[in-house]
Design a protein around this ligand. Structure first.
Ligand SMILES: [Fe+2]
Length: 210
């Protein structure tokens, strides 16, 4: 990989960051609804972070000896972030989550070029940009309550721990529940077991402490 590919990768990330900055600020201004204050503040934090990143990425391109894209037309041409804007608060959040993920992926591509070119400075910058966009995307998705699903029955799942805490054995419950409980009971000892160190672990512990 050549320096040219690294600077092209950086130019893409710069363009994405600029368009995402404008979009995030647009949403900061135009968001409405019950979550107005929280979203207004979060969007401001995010566009401020993007604003600082724009300068750092652009100056990295200059340090590598290339001219940096610097017009809005350049940025729109090079960016994978669409200028199309959402209108509802929920769609704004979902849109920004998706855009941040896209920019993280572009930074990842640029990172690969930098690794192959042996360009440590760009690697460091792209790792930090990936982390920033992944964090922003996570915060936005969390705002929507979009979490990975651990159980197929989210209604039944929270009830199990309290029942288990009160009674180790399930009382004469309905057949549907009684078949579910042993699974839950069976799963708790493994959690509890980890608090009781096995004999071998105690021995190891002594050795380690000594
Ligand atoms: Fe403001």
């Amino acid at each position: 990989m050549s320096v040219k590919q690294v600077t092209e990768g950086l130019s893409g990330v710069l363009a994405d960051t600029y368009v995402l900055f404008a979009k995030t600020q647009n949403y900061h201004w135009n968001v409405v609804g019950p979550q107005f204050h929280a979203l207004h503040v979060m969007f401001e934090e995010q566009y401020n972070e993007l604003f600082l990143a724009i300068d750092e990425v652009a100056e990295r391109i200059r340090q590598l000896g290339s001219k940096t894209p610097g017009t809005l037309a350049d940025f729109l041409k090079l960016s994978v972030v669409s200028e199309v804007s959402a209108t509802s608060a929920a769609n704004m959040v979902a849109d920004l989550a998706s855009c941040n993920q896209k920019v993280a992926e572009r930074a990842g591509t640029c990172l690969k070029y930098a690794v192959e070119a042996g360009d440590d400075g760009t690697q460091d910058l792209m790792i930090r940009r990936m982390a920033a966009h992944e964090k922003a995307s996570w915060m936005l998705r969390a705002t929507l309550g979009d979490e990975p699903r651990e159980a197929s029955s989210p209604v039944a799942a929270p009830a199990r721990p309290s029942k288990i805490a009160k009674t180790k054995k399930p009382k004469g419950a309905k057949s549907a529940k009684s078949t579910a409980m042993p699974v839950a009971v069976a799963s708790t000892p493994t959690k509890g077991a980890s608090t009781k160190p096995p004999k071998s672990a105690k021995k190891k512990g002594r050795v380690a402490m000594g």
